[in-house]
Design a protein around this ligand. Structure first.
Ligand SMILES: Cc1ncc(COP(=O)(O)O)c(C=O)c1O
Length: 376
């Protein structure tokens, strides 16, 4: 039996909606994108949603729109996908890495230790679909007058204190890459409650133009727009927007299927010596973008060996992620492993198991049986 790490779920309705969108006269930055954006706003409870070409550009545009750039420092977790720190570098600012805690989220204590006079913002990542402690992070941000840009690439549907993630900071940034909880293939969205920030982002995603394609089409003089600042082309096209909209319509079901599959793993793995389930005690607050276990010494077989043996059985697992400070692009920052004890421990022990809405109980049993067979 083959068990992939993830499997995108594209239904007949998704495909039909794409065919319909192909007939639209706009094809990009049109009415379907507006509908996707307003539906998204309603779902997460926010005033503005701005669709963009991917999650990395959502982070990048957030930073630029908040005036963050050269000479500024932005605190990001050491344990995240490199897009988080790349976005900071793209803005011209410097990413400063902070350690995580046992939840795999950025540690508030580590954030405080990294704040300098140059710090302008924090980017907490709601890792694997489990929210950071936003009470603590927002308190630190208020005390030091820092912007907060939430990286919600993993966490559509996740809440903290009954509020959707992404609604605490200045902006929340989502990715719809194929592995994510909904997909537009490539795509992303920025959410914010600030009209000023939303307007800036809308302009920046569209070459800096003061009018969108639709506004120009409805104007007797379509050429009558201004360019306030050089912008980018980070628009989201109608095909991707329609796929996103179609997926949003069954998003609650998809999340429930992820949660049920995670609960199944939890029940089978919770009492296994040497296996710790990450955020097991927070099962209800988790949207399980990733299902992560820690293979401890007591299991008797190393994490790398578990990965290898499962691969031989056609079960795909991986490690999320290699800590950022280990990459060559951070060589000049002279970080030491001992600055990131939790991140390094996680890197040595964590393993992401296959999880996606349509995973079958048969596939999960096959994964579980093969893990248990390895135990010494
Ligand atoms: C934590 C995190 N942030 C940002 C991104 C960037 O998203 P995208 O691939 O849509 O640019 C990703 C995923 O790919 C991610 O996992």
């Amino acid at each position: 039996m083959k068990v992939p790490l993830y499997e995108p779920w594209i239904t007949k309705n998704d495909k039909n909606s794409i065919l319909t969108a192909l007939k639209s006269p706009h094809l990009t930055d049109g009415p379907v994108l507006r509908k996707f954006e307003s539906t998204f706003s309603k779902l997460v409870g926010v005033d503005f949603s701005i669709g963009v070409s991917n999650g990395t550009e959502a982070l990048h545009l957030s930073l630029v729109s908040l005036g963050i750039g050269k000479g500024d420092e932005v605190i990001v977790p050491d344990m995240t996908f490199v897009a988080t720190s790349n976005a900071v570098l793209l803005s011209g600012a410097t990413p400063i890495l902070a350690d995580i805690d046992l939840s795999l989220n950025i540690s508030p204590e580590s954030i405080e230790n990294k704040i300098t006079k140059k710090t302008k913002a924090i980017i907490p990542v709601h890792f694997a679909g489990y929210s950071c402690n936003m009470t603590k992070i927002m308190k630190i941000a208020r005390q030091h007058n820092l912007h907060v840009i939430e990286d919600c690439a993993h966490s559509l549907g996740a809440f903290f204190d009954k509020k959707h993630v992404g609604t605490f900071g200045d902006t929340g940034c989502f990715s719809f890459y194929p592995t994510k909880n909904i997909t537009t293939i490539e795509g992303g969205i920025i959410i914010t409650n600030s009209k000023k920030t939303a307007k800036k982002i809308e302009m920046l995603r569209n070459h800096g133009l003061t009018k969108t394609l639709l506004q120009r089409n409805h104007n007797p003089k379509p050429w009558d727009y201004d360019v306030m600042t050089p912008g980018y082309n980070f628009r989201l096209d109608e095909i991707r927007a329609t796929l996103g909209l179609s997926q949003l319509l069954r998003f609650k079901k998809m999340t429930m299927m992820r949660k049920l599959a995670a609960r199944y793993y939890n029940n089978k793995l919770k009492n296994i010596k040497g296996i710790d389930i990450v955020n097991y005690e927070n099962e209800n607050n988790h949207v399980y973008h990733l299902y992560i276990i820690r293979i401890k010494k007591e299991f008797g077989v190393s994490r790398d060996m578990v990965h290898k043996k499962l691969f031989q059985k056609e079960i795909h697992t991986t490690v999320h992620y290699k800590p950022l400070h280990l990459f060559s692009c951070f060589k000049n920052y002279l970080y030491k492993n001992k600055e990131f004890p939790h991140s390094m421990d996680a890197y040595g022990e964590c393993l992401s198991l296959p999880l996606f809405p349509t995973i079958t109980r048969k596939q999960q049993d096959y994964v579980i049986d093969n893990i248990l067979k390895l135990q010494k």
